[in-house]
Design a protein around this ligand. Structure first.
Ligand SMILES: C[S@@+](CC[C@H](N)C(=O)[O-])C[C@H]1O[C@@H](n2cnc3c(N)ncnc32)[C@H](O)[C@@H]1O
Length: 361
């Protein structure tokens, strides 16, 4: 047990503001006896009195005065720290290129639904296990993997509270009972070491400036011998028929924008080395190719038009403003990407799914 805790500092600071233990208890939403107990405990730890009690009023002793001044200073610094961290979180969210619009929610759902079989036929964890899903977004993958693993429990986190609210609504509408949601930052997870049996991450590392730090934090909360599963795309793997220089430029513009924001749209091919450098073992990466032709009309609609081309459309204004592409080139690129979904067109894109273990060998 520590020497002085933050609750003690709050107690002293509040008594200073309101004068009596009764008023301080009300302000802190505690009972007077709980506060009295905290005070006695602190005085015992310090081996000195903090207050003289005069007609129910608390008057600071000389040690109490020292403590009062230090409490004020420390609490003020903690407030500043909290503010700074919120700021960093908001900046992280601002750097996220796809944003949180309703269109993006629809796109994420189209993406997850259209390729669920290709990505998730093997997304299985054993009965009774606790799985952390990091960067769950609006729950597009959650609503697929949670029902596939009814005997496992999921904790799904995202930095965006807006997305978490949308994810909660989806999961409750689908009557899925084995998921809990929390707003949290992958770089500072609010869980103890070794808390989870498994970790699952989908389409998140590509947006992070420090994917290695994220992996180290995920490794910390993972049990020994626990597994991590990561799915990421790689825009460099995109090719199509009819071929089009403008469509290729449009894809490249998205890659450049993501890079400018600190991410890496071609991260799929790097999963093996990144996992190895983060200290994971038994790494296995399996490419998952989405190949679309006339025999797969659902993928033409769900993947080419509503996932991939919709993604390029979603960042249109930004790539033009940043001068990664001219407006007429982008418009023509988007038209050509859509053309690959018409009769005779084909489209290829490769996702990478990696699985690794936290072990000493
Ligand atoms: C492309 S979305 C993917 C969402 C979901 N995994 C899916 O496949 O549909 C990326 C998500 O990562 C989240 N994210 C970005 N930075 C994060 C961070 N530092 N901690 C937690 N989530 C983060 C974003 O808020 C966004 O919801």
């Amino acid at each position: 047990m520590g020497f002085i805790e933050i609750r003690h500092l709050k107690l002293i600071d509040t008594v200073e503001q309101v004068g009596t233990l009764k008023n301080a208890a009300e302000r802190l939403y505690l009972t007077q006896s709980a506060l009295s107990h905290q005070l006695n405990e602190l005085e015992a730890r310090l081996g000195t009195k903090i207050f003289h009690r005069v007609n129910n009023k608390l008057i600071f002793t000389p040690s109490g005065k020292e403590l009062r001044d230090a409490s004020k200073e420390i609490l003020k610094r903690l407030e500043v720290l909290k503010h700074k961290i919120n700021q960093i979180n908001e900046d992280n969210i601002k750097d996220y290129i796809h944003g949180y619009s309703d269109e993006e929610t629809t796109r994420l759902n189209n993406q997850a639904n259209s390729i669920s079989e290709i990505l998730h036929w093997d997304s299985k964890w054993e009965e009774g296990s606790l799985v952390l899903e990091a960067g769950c977004g609006v729950g597009s993958q959650t609503k697929i993997i949670a029902p596939m693993n009814p005997e496992a429990s999921f904790v799904s986190i995202d930095l965006s509270s807006i997305s978490i609210e949308k994810a909660k609504a989806t999961i409750s509408k689908e009557k899925i009972g084995n998921v809990e949601f929390q707003v949290a930052d992958i770089f500072q997870l609010p869980y103890k070491d070794g808390h989870f049996d498994h970790v699952f991450v989908c389409f998140l590392l590509e947006h992070l400036a420090r994917p290695m730090d994220a992996l180290k934090e995920l490794k910390r909360v993972l049990k020994h011998n626990g597994t991590i599963t990561i799915i990421e795309g790689d825009h460099g793997s995109t090719y199509f028929h009819p071929d089009s220089e403008d469509a290729k430029k449009a894809v490249e513009a998205q890659v450049s924008l993501q890079k400018k924001r600190g991410g890496n749209a071609n991260i799929g091919r790097e999963l093996h080395p990144i996992l190895r450098n983060a200290g994971f073992n038994s790494i296995q990466v399996i490419p998952r190719q989405v190949y679309v032709d006339d025999s797969k009309p659902q993928l033409k609609e769900g993947f080419i038009r509503n996932t991939f081309t919709a993604m390029i459309k979603g960042i249109s204004e930004e790539v033009i403003v940043q001068k990664f592409i001219l407006r007429n080139e982008l418009d023509s690129g988007i038209k050509d990407l859509n053309a690959t979904s018409t009769s005779g067109g084909t489209f290829c894109y490769t996702f990478f799914k990696a699985k690794a273990i936290k072990s000493s060998v």
